[in-house]
Ligand binder design. Structure first.
Ligand code: HXC
Ligand code: NAP
Length: 284
């Protein structure tokens, strides 16, 4: 799909890059010639991921531990990666926390557990790197992984919905404020992609997974490679004029939820024959 050197020599930092979608993006960027840094809380997970990716594709994956909830640790992590590669070209805000629960069951600590990772963590990383880009007069790209429910909110994942909506507001705001510095900001809103992190917490059994898939017009979940390709495109030179966008990659899921008559996809051909006859009669 892409030229093999699409991201040649770019340095891309991915938070939560040792697992799931973060790792899939890291692997694709590496294949396309980027130098990649991954960060999260767990050293062993990061090291294994980095070693496996380098063994499979060559190139360089640098890993360093950071809890994005800690602004000092974030500043230190950005300095470490910047020093290692002599600069950073792009940040992917991918680290997140989430679980489903009736909201009235949540403690304030449960709310903070999600808000601190998603909203504060993404903001701290963006701010720390943005300051460095501006002071060193370097261009930069920020890509944040949000969710489709930033538009609508969502019952049962309310801290995540509030936090991701905040990340999207940051994205759109800074797309305008920082464009004069050569910094662009975009977001990707994935539909359901099977990862251990998301599936084990949100859809831990087959019955729930089937209910989730039934909502998707294309009748299937996303493949990690499909999301990684979109991310690669958005970080490539050819997409430089895209700024402040949020691109859904969900097989049409959120539009189906929004369309007033989408529920009619459950009707059978016989239902449609009868309905059509009645509506023609009504027309007469
Ligand atoms: C209710 C819960 C809970 C749950 C934790 N808590 N899980 N409350 N239901 N399922 C409460 C705890 O009881 C505690 O409150 C507070 O939250 C903090 O819990 P900790 O375990 O101490 O939190 P912490 O160690 O900070 O872990 C954060 C975490 C965890 C978010 C809870 O799951 C995590 O580390 N997640 C990272 C990875 C992740 O979530 N990936 C999924 C991304 S998917 P009390 O009051 O008892 O002290 C995604 C979008 C998916 O984002 C969209 C799908 C289509
Ligand atoms: P995942 O594998 O659980 O990814 C979450 C990552 O965030 C982990 O690598 C985790 O690593 C890291 N992380 C969590 N807390 C952190 C902290 N405090 N500091 C630093 N890193 C932290 O789940 P995923 O499905 O790949 O999710 C990736 C992104 O896609 C998230 O932004 C998620 O909201 C979004 N998304 C996913 C789906 C889906 O269906 N999978 C749908 C919509 C949106 P450590 O535990 O090592 O810290």
């Amino acid at each position: 799909m892409f030229a093999p050197d699409l991201l040649k020599s770019k340095v891309i930092l991915i938070t939560g890059g040792g697992t799931g979608l973060g790792r899939a993006m890291a692997e694709r960027f590496l294949e396309l010639g980027a130098r990649v840094a991954i960060t999260s809380r767990r050293e062993a997970v990061l090291k294994t991921a980095a070693d496996e990716m380098m063994a499979a594709h060559g190139g360089e994956v640098f890993h360093t531990v950071c809890d994005v909830r800690d602004p000092e640790a974030v500043n230190q992590m950005i300095e470490t990666v910047w020093k290692h590669f002599d600069g950073i070209d792009a940040l992917v805000n991918n680290a997140a926390g989430n679980f489903s629960s009736p909201t009235e069951r949540l403690s304030h600590r449960a709310v903070d557990a999600v808000l601190n990772i998603v909203l504060h963590g993404s903001f701290y990383c963006t701010l720390a790197l943005g300051k460095k880009w501006i002071s060193s007069k370097r261009k930069g790209r920020v890509l944040s992984i949000v969710t489709t429910y930033t538009n609508t909110g969502s019952a049962y994942v309310v801290p995540s919905a509030a936090a991701k909506a905040g990340v999207l507001a940051m994205t759109r705001s800074l797309a305008v404020e920082w464009a004069p510095y050569g910094i662009t900001m975009n977001a990707i809103a994935p539909g359901p992609f099977p990862t251990a992190g998301a599936w084990d917490r949100l859809m831990p059994d087959v019955r729930l997974q089937k209910m989730a898939i039934d909502r998707i017009p294309m009748g299937r979940v996303g493949e990690k490679s499909e999301l990684a390709n979109l991310a690669a495109f958005l970080l490539s030179d050819g997409s430089a004029y895209i700024n402040g966008e949020n691109i859904a990659i969900d097989g049409g899921e959120w539009l189906k939820g929004a369309g007033q008559f989408s529920w009619m996809s459950a009707l059978s051909p016989a239902d449609w024959d009868a309905l059509s006859e009645r509506s023609k009669q009504a027309g007469k």
